[in-house]
Design a binder for this molecule. Structure first.
Ligand code: NAP
Ligand code: MG
Length: 732
């Protein structure tokens, strides 16, 4: 068995330059092989175009290789967060690679011939949620470890008070959304299905040979474009009238096909006068509202109408609803870039900030948070209601909401990208089985956003069992977050009830809003509770509750027990923290907290030890557990301020405590003897090492790239303590 450690993007990738050498040294000592696998956005792009690259530039398709590894019974992966790229991010990466001499093609917005179509298809494989659905071949178990929770209670993050007269609210469509239009079926017999569109020109096959297995849940739904526009129009008026910020919260990264379109509608409605008034010029420039205002502003640079368009742009910003800002200083609005505001992280961040966001002057203001589809919007509505009724949450007394999430086999919406379509005209979307019988059918209008979702029986059953197992193991109350008013959930509820009956268990089933209110009530009373949820809620809840409880979702233990017996350990539940890279570049301070990596490594070692009965791996796992506890208690997490301990220093302290814990552990005398010496040397040099880390800070640094870092430069930047590096080199 070996451990595979992924190389990804932005902050976690930078942290890895410092942390991985420590991992390889300690694990290497007991003969555990740690391999790396580069699945960064740039590596994924390069792997698509070997024929265009020089021999020396070609790389293997590591994601495809990992996609096979995860199905092996001894798979043991440590996965750091990666960029789920939006089109603007993809384009920026292409530009950077081209500048570095890699002959990758431009992204064809509107492919003009077959060759361009083929290029676009390759890029589609890299966009959005390209990584996680491939790797996550199991359901998800995310929780806060006891040590982390205790630490968080003793050291609560700074909560911003929620004022009960706050005008903040969550708004969603009252009709015509995905929730309302959902239809579902439990597939009676395995079949190969087809998705077709019946329009004025006859029947067009959109997807053929869609494999459906017996007892899997197939659902389909659509969002009405017209109703969506009406919704936006109305909410803009509400914001104007009440003088509260308008902010849109979507998941344009993960939901790479549907959500950019929903985002684009908001851009077009908000800037309606601009899009109507300059429609020809914008079409000529190839402006696509789905890519956000930022692209529009870039593309008009060389237009003869630039000044007029800009004047209109400013006029609308002045007279329409005030927009929430991503960066007030730089004038970056909520509608600038589709991937800037991602609902699962952005909503809890707002909620813990007194439910306020920033306006154009950087002032904190009450907000109308638009989450058009009500399927999941209601959980945030529940939090606002709870805050209003019961006041600000107190993280030093809160219990914890852990999660068991359905995720395997690209379950539900997160596997829907190849089954998402925009209606080109009025017509009918339908899914038929191999005999031509209609399974599901939807009448739609031009522009409506249609998608079909699957949840395989094996995945659902494993998820229910995992939920029951966690409830049994912890004795905590558990709740299935399922809504009988939603067609697919209704079928799922039947499956859950049947399984619970079979196993003689009693677990509550509540619709998301009620489940959320109930969970908040329990944790306000200091109790722990398990949320057992579908795939999207898994994602949202494992940001929401950790952020409310701990201030961040990065400190979570996040395990994916694979259906085939292997395991993946994700590092926290958060993303790649792009803003932190800016600080590193500006002042050589990286505030990324690697606790998620530490926890993942500990669990991975534990899995290694147990799976193959390796005693030394168990010793490493136990001592790392101790070291993490000490690291937390001694407050060694990175500070946000330059000149203070950062990510790199925090890695040194973990190594020190790990070596010290090994020196104390008598279960393996050889290891103990060896690490006693290392611990003594690290300890004797601790002040010097600390100084070496601190004195490196406070200067601008050059990473040699953004999407493709320069390894030599980053190694030097992320490993500035010569003394520590020398001692570490002795371990192998
Ligand atoms: P995010 O990266 O979690 O960032 C939200 C904020 O949380 C960060 O700006 C940072 O706050 C804080 N944060 C997150 N992880 C942290 C850590 N380890 N240590 C300290 N602070 C941490 O979420 P996002 O902005 O929505 O997404 C950013 C990128 O990550 C996107 O490209 C997204 O697609 C990707 N993503 C990947 C995964 C995954 O691969 N599993 C999951 C989610 C998101 P401060 O900036 O204030 O320090
Ligand atoms: Mg998330």
């Amino acid at each position: 068995m070996k451990i595979t450690y992924t190389l990804t993007d932005e902050s976690p990738a930078l942290a890895t330059y410092s942390f991985l050498p420590i991992v390889q040294a300690f694990l290497g000592k007991v003969g555990i092989q740690v391999e790396t696998s580069d699945i960064s956005l740039s590596a994924r792009i390069l792997a698509q175009f070997p024929e265009r690259l020089k021999e020396s530039q070609r790389i293997k398709d590591e994601l495809a290789i990992l996609g096979e590894i995860v199905n092996q019974p001894d798979a043991n992966l440590i996965k750091t967060p990666n960029i789920s790229a939006s089109i603007p991010q993809l384009k920026a990466t292409i530009k950077e690679l081209q500048g570095k001499g890699f002959n990758v093609p431009d992204f064809p917005d509107e492919p003009k011939d077959e060759a361009q179509k083929a290029i676009k298809e390759k890029y589609q494989k890299v966009l959005g949620s390209a990584v996680n659905p491939v790797l996550r071949q199991g359901n998800s178990d995310r929780r806060c470890t006891k040590a982390v929770k205790e630490y968080a209670k003793k050291n609560p993050y700074r909560v911003v008070e929620f004022h009960k007269d706050s005008k903040t609210r969550v708004s969603y469509m009252q009709k015509g959304d995905f929730f309302d239009n959902e239809k579902a079926i439990l597939i009676p017999n395995s079949t190969k299905a087809r998705i077709e569109f019946v329009g004025s020109k006859g029947t067009e096959i959109l997807k053929d040979n869609l494999k459906l297995d017996k007892n899997e849940i197939l659902d389909a739904t659509f969002m009405s474009a017209k109703t969506l526009d009406e919704f936006y129009t109305k909410e803009i008026e509400v914001c104007k009238k009440e003088n509260i910020l308008l902010s849109l919260h979507l998941k344009a990264t993960m939901m790479k096909v549907s959500d950019p379109v929903i985002f684009g509608h908001a851009v077009k409605i908000y800037f309606k006068e601009l899009f109507d008034g300059f429609s020809e010029e914008l079409a000529r420039l190839g402006v696509n509202a789905n890519n956000g205002v930022n692209e529009l502003l870039t593309k008009i640079e060389n237009s003869s109408k630039k000044q007029e368009i800009l004047a209109k742009y400013k006029e609308i910003l002045d007279k329409s609803a005030p927009l929430s800002m991503v960066n007030s200083d730089k004038g970056i609005t909520n509608l600038h870039i589709p991937s800037d505001v991602i609902v699962d992280a952005s909503m809890p961040a707002m909620l813990k900030n007194g439910a306020r966001l920033w306006d154009k002057d950087g002032k904190e203001c009450d907000t109308n948070a638009l989450i058009p589809d009500k399927t999941y919007a209601t959980i945030y509505e529940a939090v606002v209601e709870d805050l209003r009724a019961n006041g600000t949450l107190n993280p030093s007394t809160l219990g914890s909401v852990s999660n068991v999430g359905l995720m395997a086999k690209k379950a539900q919406e997160y596997g829907s990208h190849d089954k998402t379509f925009i209606a080109k005209e009025n017509g009918i979307f339908r899914i038929t089985d191999e005999k031509g019988a209609v399974l599901l059918e939807h009448k739609v209008e031009k522009g409506d956003i249609y998608r079909a979702n699957q949840a395989k029986f094996e995945a659902v059953q494993n998820w229910i069992d995992l939920g029951i197992e966690r409830a049994d193991l912890t004795g905590n109350k558990a709740i299935f977050w399922l809504d009988s008013k939603r067609a697919s959930n209704k079928i799922m509820i039947d499956l859950v009830q049947a399984r619970l009956k079979e196993k003689g268990k009693d677990i509550a089933i509540l619709p998301p809003k009620e489940a959320c209110l109930e969970s908040l009530k329990l944790i306000r009373n200091g109790k722990d509770v398990i949320s057992i949820s579908g795939n999207v809620l898994r994602d949202y809840l494992t940001d929401l509750f950790p952020i409310l409880e701990l201030g961040t979702s990065a400190k979570m233990l996040s395990v994916v027990p694979m259906l085939n017996g292997g395991s993946m350990f994700e590092t926290g539940a958060g993303g790649s923290a792009p803003k932190q890279v800016e600080q590193l570049v500006e002042e050589n301070h990286l505030r990324w907290d690697s606790l998620g990596e530490f926890l993942a490594l500990q669990a991975s070692l534990e899995f290694y030890a147990q799976k193959i009965g390796n005693k030394q791996a168990q010793v490493l796992a136990n001592s790392l557990d101790n070291a993490i506890g000490k690291w937390l208690n001694n407050n060694k997490a990175p500070s946000r301020k330059v000149g203070e301990d950062d990510n790199r220093t925090s890695h040194f302290y973990l190594a020190l405590y790990w070596a010290q814990a090994l020196a104390q552990d008598s279960s393996d005398s050889t290891l103990q003897g060896f690490f006693k010496e290392i611990a003594e040397e690290l300890s004797a040099n601790a002040n010097k090492i600390h100084q070496e880390y601190l004195s490196a800070q406070g200067v601008k640094v050059d990473l040699g790239g953004y999407y493709k870092f320069d390894d030599a430069k980053c190694n030097a930047i992320m490993r500035p303590s010569a003394t520590f590096n020398t001692i570490l080199a002795k371990i192998k």
